[in-house]
Write a protein that binds this ligand. Structure first.
Ligand SMILES: *Cc1c(COP(=O)(O)O)cnc(C)c1O
Length: 357
């Protein structure tokens, strides 16, 4: 399939943030976007790069009513000499299609996805910020557009990719965050859609995170839906603990998102000779370890924040300080290694980095 290109005219070009401007996360967008349409019987068609702008959609579009929507999140990094890198993008594409399958949406051809993504990033390359820790966040997404009321899979979809220059995900940066162990609400149950990057999961999480923020916490730590005891994730990140010399994280049993950062962290730790276990983790086990000083570090992992150290865990009104409230050694080493690979500063023995220019 050919990708057509309509460039934004000079009057539609937006003002880019300067090197000294503070970048937030996800509130400005570049000049162009990639878009493609789907119709049952026709398949994907009309792949195009156009000026960034609104869609016109019918008020009966099924995506608005029944939440058939999936998305991804990855970043383009500006390396030395103007080299532009993506980090394991093929994994995002595979996960996007796995999410789509779970909510009865069509697959997107992996080649056209990759080609469209590279083309739009390269067209808007001037938007990739250069400062340390900044990047161009890439948001591919798809939603149902068929005008129809009645619950069944839509026969029409829009797929698109938009780009946003970003700084740190948390205003805390690499400073440890306080997390609230959620014992009232749940995010996802085994057999549900927790494993899919689909909008409904995030709608389901909002009330809990708003309440936690109101109490002064950055994020909530989700427990399993059945027993309210086993750690699932933290906010929109996978969760890791270092107890004695062992790194622990929840297994991928269906309620946890299959994080690409999670996978990379496991790989790095194992190659460094650190024992990693993917197993059910009771919150009581974690807090016992915290009380007896065996919990050395705790951190979340995700594309947006990379490694987010946890300095305090609060459960049923009891505060537990982790790693003296500071970033731990393993968390710091993982952060440095991942950032190093992503920005082309360190060797990449895994072939994770993809240079696109
Ligand atoms: C996206 C996401 C993650 C992190 O995945 P990465 O591939 O590492 O960015 C973790 N948990 C949830 C719920 C997510 O949506």
């Amino acid at each position: 399939m050919e990708i057509s290109l309509i460039k934004a005219g000079p009057d539609r070009l937006k003002k880019k943030p300067g090197d000294n401007d503070n970048l937030n996360f996800g509130d400005i967008f570049t000049d162009h976007m990639f878009v493609m349409d789907y119709k049952e019987g026709v398949g994907w068609h009309n792949a195009r790069i156009t000026p960034y702008g609104s869609f016109q959609i019918d008020p009966a579009a099924m995506g608005i009513h029944y939440a058939q929507e999936v998305f991804e999140g990855l970043k383009a990094y500006m390396g030395k000499n103007g080299d532009i890198y993506l980090f394991r993008p093929e994994e995002n594409i595979k996960r996007f299609n796995a999410s789509a399958t779970r909510v009865c949406m069509p697959d997107v051809d992996e080649n056209i996805f990759m080609e469209g993504m590279k083309k739009v990033v390269l067209l808007d390359r001037e938007w990739i910020p250069k400062n340390r820790g900044t990047s161009l966040y890439i948001r591919p997404a798809m939603f149902a557009t068929e005008p129809h009321l009645g619950v069944r899979p839509s026969k029409e979809y829009i797929f698109f990719i938009i780009l946003s220059p970003v700084g740190n995900y948390y205003k805390e940066g690499l400073n440890p965050v306080k997390i609230y162990v959620e014992d009232k609400y749940v995010r996802a149950a085994v057999g549900g859609i927790g494993e899919a990057k689909t909008g409904g999961n995030y709608a389901a999480s909002l009330l809990a995170s708003e309440e936690a923020k109101g109490k002064g916490f950055t994020q909530v730590l989700w427990l399993d839906a059945a027993e309210r005891e086993y750690v699932d994730e933290v906010g929109t990140m996978n969760m890791f603990f270092l107890i004695n010399d062992e790194v622990l994280t929840a297994p991928l049993t269906g309620s946890v998102l299959r994080g690409i950062t999670r996978d990379s962290v496991i790989r790095l730790c194992r190659d460094w000779g650190i024992w990693v276990s993917e197993r059910k983790l009771s919150i009581y086990e974690i807090l016992d370890a915290a009380k007896s000083g065996r919990l050395k570090e705790a951190f979340g992992t995700g594309t947006a924040a990379v490694i987010s150290p946890v300095g305090q865990i609060t459960f049923k009104n009891e505060d537990h300080i982790v790693a003296g409230g500071k970033m731990g050694e393993v968390s710091q080493r993982l952060y440095n290694e991942l950032i190093g690979i992503q920005y082309g500063i360190k060797e990449d023995p895994y072939g994770w980095r993809v240079k696109i220019n």
